[in-house]
Each structure stands twice: as structure tokens, then as C-alpha cells.
Design a protein around this ligand. Structure first.
Ligand SMILES: [Zn+2]
Length: 282
């Protein structure tokens, strides 16, 4: 059985505000390292849950920012990790292919404009506002095009609630309760790991009862955003991405963003651990 674990960092327990990629203070360095350790702990718990449920192949996508956040030498054994960022990633959910059995999502955050959620950002508008997708529900829809069910999500009550509404059979692991963009009540790391390990195992065992989340085509996709990711949100692209399904429309939309250089030869400019280009990080 093959399980794909999509990860982000803003939704882990203990994470309360956007990453500062500019400050080189010891405080900021230590803070970022702490968040990476907490993320690694939650992802390891997901791997344990997947192994318990019988997964033999487990890929992790280190999908936040630089794509180099998870401390891979500290990860639970029995998985492989896709990490790094730039030109050589053919698609956002690299290596997710038809035939995989389940998608698991860890550390997910709410979409832009959700003022009651920690670090809300990324709000995809589909077909001119008929449906709105967060990063998590976009991943779920891309997996859906491949016939793969999303069986587990962890994060705060807002993102888990949004995804559960779209996919009622998914198992949710709420590891923090958000009060606002920079404020929440988190469970402690040990408890977060218990919630995730148990939930991932249960979600995978339940996979045959979870319908892949499929949006009927044709589809248009645009990103809504605003300063600080709070309302008023406006379409970012002048012309939305179009396609016969969400995968095609999303890839077409991504290709229009300067920060997404998937499939092109040159590296994009954000590199870990330091920004070598001198351009302002995003
Ligand atoms: Zn992120």
C-alpha cells in the first residue's frame, strides 16, 4: 500500500505567526529550528500511523516555503522524503500518481481571509467563486483527479472544518484551536503526535469508504489575495488558469506566477538556508 503525506508548517501545534525569512537574529534562527523540530515530530507520527495501517511505501512532500523544513535524519524510519525547491519539480504534488492508495495532510492552514485562523493564506477561487479551495482542499482535489482519497488532515479547527465539509469521511486531527491570525491554543507536542498517529492509522484503514474529491470540469482557477492575506481579497491573475479539470487549470494558473518555476530550467530565487539572490523573500 502506498501513502502520500503532504505537509505544511503553519498548521502544526505551537505555530502562531508567519515565518520570518529575513531576520538573521539568533532568536529568529532558534524559533525556526524549533518549528522545524515540531513539524518533524508531527510528520513522524503520521509515518507511524501509516505503517500501523499497513503502508509499505510512504512518501513525504516537504511542501512549505523552501521545501527544506523537515529534519529528515530525525524522521521515523520507513519513509522517503521529497524536499527542496525549484526548477526540477515537475508538479506541486511531486510523485503523486494514479494507483496510490491514500493522501494524508499534516500541518495545514486555513485559506486567506479567514480571520479566525492562524496564518491564513492561499485562497483559490474555482469557476469564478462557485467553490473556494485552500491549499489543503486543492491538494485533495488534485488527488481526486487521480482517483486517490484524502483520508486525514491535521491543523486547526478552521482548516479541518473546511476540508471535512467537502469530504465528510476524512478523519480530522485538530491540534490547535485558532483565535486569530497570530493566536491559538495548542495541544502539547506529545498529544499532537498521539492525535496524528491514531488519526492517520484510522483514516488509512477507512480509505475505501472515502470518495476521492473530484471537481467536475471544465475549470477556471485564480488566486485571491490581499495585503497580509486579509480582506479585501482580489484576483491575483489577470487571466485565470483554465483546464478540462482542476489539475490542468491549477497547473496553468501556477505557470503564470513568477514564484513557480516548475518545469523551467532556472532555479527560482528562494533557497535554503539563505536567500542567495539578494531579492526580497516572499
Ligand atoms: Zn506553509
Amino acid at each position: 500500500m502506498r501513502v502520500y503525506i503532504q505537509t505544511d508548517i503553519e498548521g502544526i501545534a505551537g505555530y502562531i505567526s508567519f515565518e520570518d525569512r529575513v531576520s538573521q537574529t539568533v532568536e529568529n534562527y532558534e524559533h525556526r529550528k524549533r518549528m522545524c523540530r515540531l513539524l518533524t515530530g508531527e510528520v513522524s507520527a503520521a509515518v507511524r500511523g501509516a505503517k500501523k495501517a499497513g503502508a509499505k511505501t510512504i512518501y513525504i512532500n516537504d511542501s512549505h516555503g523552501s521545501g527544506y523544513n523537515i529534519i529528515f535524519e530525525e524522521l521515523e524510519s520507513g519513509c522517503e522524503i521529497i524536499h527542496g525547491r525549484g526548477s526540477h519539480f515537475p508538479e506541486w504534488l511531486t510523485e503523486l500518481k494514479q494507483g496510490w492508495d491514500a493522501v494524508v495532510m499534516v500541518g495545514q492552514h486555513a485559506m486567506a481571509g479567514e480571520l479566525g485562523a492562524v496564518c491564513p493564506h492561499s485562497k483559490w477561487t474555482v469557476n469564478g467563486g462557485k467553490i473556494y479551495l485552500s491549499e489543503a482542499s486543492m491538494a485533495m482535489a488534485l488527488a481526486g483527479d487521480l482517483g486517490i482519497p484524502a483520508v486525514f488532515i491535521s491543523g486547526d479547527q478552521v482548516i479541518t472544518g473546511e476540508v471535512k465539509e467537502k469530504n465528510p469521511a476524512i478523519v480530522t486531527g485538530v491540534v490547535k484551536h485558532s483565535y486569530g491570525p497570530n493566536c491559538c491554543r495548542s495541544v502539547l507536542p506529545e498529544r499532537a503526535r498521539e492525535i496524528i498517529e491514531e488519526g492517520v492509522c484510522r483514516g488509512i484503514e477507512n480509505r475505501r469508504k472515502v470518495k476521492p474529491y473530484v471537481l467536475k470540469g471544465p475549470v477556471t482557477v485564480n488566486l485571491l489575495d490581499g495585503p497580509g492575506h486579509i480582506p479585501p481579497l482580489k484576483p491575483v491573475l489577470k487571466h485565470p488558469g483554465k483546464g478540462k479539470n482542476i489539475t490542468e487549470a491549477f497547473e496553468n494558473a501556477l505557470a503564470k506566477f513568477p514564484w513557480a518555476s516548475y518545469g523551467k530550467k532556472e532555479m527560482d530565487w528562494y533557497r535554503y538556508p539563505s536567500n542567495l539572490s539578494g531579492k526580497k523573500p516572499i
